[in-house]
Design a protein around this ligand. Sequence first.
Ligand SMILES: [Fe+2]
Ligand SMILES: [Fe+2]
Length: 163
Amino acid sequence: MLAAITAQHAEITRLVASVHAADGAGRPDALHQLLAYLAGHEAVEEVLLHPSAQSTAEPEVGAERVAEEEGIGQQVQRLEDAGIDSPVFLTQFGLMEEAISQHAKAEEERELPLLLEDIDSARAALVLHALHEQASASARRTGSFAEMLETATHDVRGLAARH
Ligand SMILES: [Fe+2]
Ligand SMILES: [Fe+2]
């Protein structure tokens, strides 16, 4: 599970870099790919990981990650409001990028070690299934980040309810 989440964090880093590398014409598509993938990834963590972390001996570790994801959502909202042609786009993108990378680091270094202590194999398998499913779904997602996050969250909850 740690490997799967770390691999998704690496993919997010790659998608961030591709927004930087894209020229003006390619940037909207690169940004959409990043946000669609990020929405699926954060939905899995929000539904399946942070609540578990909040019922460990260190509940604040899960609560902090939830707060960070809300912060990332607000950064993305500001980015979408500014628009890709805005002179502040790259500044706002940099703030979002920093928030994402700090958050991923905290998940890997603080939250996942805590969760891995007592997660059972069925739960770990569900997380892997959800990560895989959301990564595949990201190519089909449309709309704003908030809309994609809402749909992804709904899908992950549905998957969890069937297990
Ligand atoms: Fe997260
Ligand atoms: Fe994450």
